[in-house]
Ligand binder design. Structure first.
Ligand SMILES: [Zn+2]
Length: 90
């Protein structure tokens, strides 16, 4: 996940940072596909989970094994990149 993900060029979910491919796009209120969020974060115009940035970073740590990286790597990656995403920018 970490090597494959090029944040500058690829479209990524502006909530969790996963690469946005057409089959994982979330949906807007009017049923159209979101340009910014994946379906795991965003559905019908709303965020599925009302979580804080810290919780989002930790939940990415929990997904580390599936992505084939250590929890530390995943959390390190998330702490560097998530604060720059649209959902978390203050
Ligand atoms: Zn997402």
């Amino acid at each position: 996940m970490i090597e494959k993900l090029n944040v500058d060029e690829e479209k990524i979910c502006q909530s969790c940072g996963m690469p946005l491919t057409n089959d994982v796009l979330g949906t807007n209120t009017d049923g159209t596909l979101s340009d910014y969020y994946c379906k795991y974060c965003f559905e019908n115009g709303n965020f599925i989970e009302d979580i804080t940035l810290e919780e989002a970073i930790l939940s990415i740590g929990d997904m580390a094994e599936q992505a084939g990286v250590t929890k530390e790597e995943a959390i390190g990656y998330a702490s560097r990149h998530l604060p720059d995403l649209m959902r978390w920018k203050k």
